[in-house]
Structures are given as structure tokens and as C-alpha cells.
Design a binder for this molecule. Structure first.
Ligand code: NI
Length: 248
């Protein structure tokens, strides 16, 4: 059930039986010469919606912008600063809390969001701890990256090994290709497996260390059929984790 395609009486009826909601969050940022700019948002969205179908959970509209300042030296990337993203997340959660939602399950598609999501959760909890909020309900938030899960990690290792890397990975490119097969790109990747040495600070530093945007990956290994396999494993793991968390 998608929030954006529900009416308010349907949401009111949903709240009679559940106080949980799944919120996909991604990023709009470069994913190397072949990966879609929307890869992280697309991956989070399809997995969240798949898990919503399995569990009957309401799924919020995808938060498609994330903390991606380090990608800004590549055209098309958009970044929310950590403070901006924290404010956005707090306002979304508190809006939904006003209606009676208490359990906020974020399906995340971007590693760069993790620290900020965690800080936003602390900000939300602090409101009640410090008696700053008027809400009488305790709120609970959970962060789940779509790529987590033992079974899925084993398949990723088997398919891509070391060439999975950590940005513009074949697994996320495959999942996006499964979601949008008509948008698959081809381009030369040189070297085939991107460099992985060195960290990064700001956008210029990132581009200096990782000139085509990839980190340690070979996304040419990705295909839509493997993407389907990863999708099914991710949905299964997220659905199970959501239901277990909700029941606690
Ligand atoms: Ni990504």
C-alpha cells in the first residue's frame, strides 16, 4: 500500500490495524559512467515497495535526495547537507507521528546517509527525552540498508567477488537494471575494476581519487537477471526484519 496513492480515510483505516510505516530513502548522485544517477533511490524504492507488498505495510514516498556532498564534482549529483537532511527526516517523522504512526522503518539505498539517519533518530528521541515534545507516544525508528542480509551478501560475493567494490557496485547497478531495463547504459570502463585506494573529504578530493566516480567496482558485471535475484533476496530479508521489529 503506497501512501501517495492512498486517500486519507484509507490511511485512517490502516492506522486502526498498524502503526508502522516503511520509508525508502536514497540519493541522487553519480554512479560512475554507466550507473543511473537515481540508483540509490531506485534500489531503496523497489525493495521497500516489494517488502510493503509482502507485509501489507504502508510505504511512504521515496526520499530521493541524500547526504551526497562528496559526489558534487560530477554533473547531476544533488546533495542535502547533514543538517538539512536531519531537518527533513524529523519533519517527515513528526508529521506522520501526529497521525498516530509510531514505528518508522527506513529502507536505505545510500551508505552516505547512514550517519545522518542515525543522528536524525537521536534528534527525534531527544525531543521526548528532554521533554521538548508534546507527543505522548514513544517513537521508534529503524535503519535497514537494502544490501544487508547474510543470504544476499553471499550471492553478491559469489557473483562479483572483489569487483563488487563500494560505489557504483555491480549489485546496485544490477538491481536498478532489473527495475528499469530500458535505462541500462553502456560505456567504456577503464580500468575495468576501479581504484579503491584512498578516502575522500570534499567533492574535489573525491574526484581526484576516483576519477570516473566508481570505487573499487566493476559494474560491467551487472545484468537485470541477477538484479531480479538480488531483489527477491532483499525483499525477503527486509520483510522479515520489518515484521520482527514491529512485533517487539
Ligand atoms: Ni549507490
Amino acid at each position: 500500500m503506497l501512501l501517495e496513492r492512498s486517500s486519507w480515510p484509507e490511511v485512517a483505516a490502516y492506522l486502526e490495524k498498524s502503526r508502522g510505516i516503511i520509508l525508502p530513502i536514497g540519493s541522487t548522485e553519480q554512479h560512475g559512467p554507466t550507473g543511473l544517477i537515481g540508483t540509490d533511490a531506485i534500489c531503496a524504492e523497489v525493495v521497500a515497495r516489494g517488502a510493503g507488498d509482502v507485509t501489507g505495510a504502508l510505504v511512504a514516498p521515496t526520499i530521493a535526495f541524500g547526504m551526497a556532498q562528496h559526489h558534487l564534482a560530477f554533473p547531476g549529483s544533488v546533495a542535502l547537507r547533514p543538517t538539512t537532511l536531519i531537518a527533513v527526516l524529523c519533519d517527515i517523522v513528526l508529521s506522520l507521528a501526529r497521525h498516530g504512526f509510531t514505528h518508522f522503518y527506513f529502507v536505505n539505498g545510500h551508505g552516505g546517509n547512514i550517519a545522518t539517519l542515525s543522528a536524525a533518530f537521536s534528534e527525534i528521541y531527544a525531543r521526548r527525552s528532554l521533554r521538548l515534545s508534546g507527543e505522548d507516544q514513544a517513537l521508534r525508528c529503524r535503519l535497514r540498508n537494502w544490501w544487508q542480509g547474510r543470504e544476499l551478501r553471499e550471492v553478491v560475493q559469489e557473483l562479483y567477488g572483489e569487483a563488487e567494490g563500494s560505489h557504483a557496485t555491480p549489485s546496485e547497478v544490477a538491481l536498478a537494471a532489473f527495475a528499469y531495463p530500458d535505462a541500462i547504459k553502456k560505456a567504456p570502463l577503464d580500468p575495468p575494476v576501479a581504484p579503491k585506494k584512498g578516502g575522500f573529504t570534499d567533492a574535489e578530493d573525491y574526484r581526484r581519487n576516483f576519477p570516473d566516480g566508481r570505487i573499487g567496482s566493476n559494474p560491467a558485471l551487472a545484468n537485470a537477471e541477477d538484479g531480479r535475484r538480488l531483489y527477491e533476496l532483499a525483499v525477503k530479508a527486509v520483510a522479515q526484519d520489518y515484521l520482527e521489529w514491529l512485533a517487539k
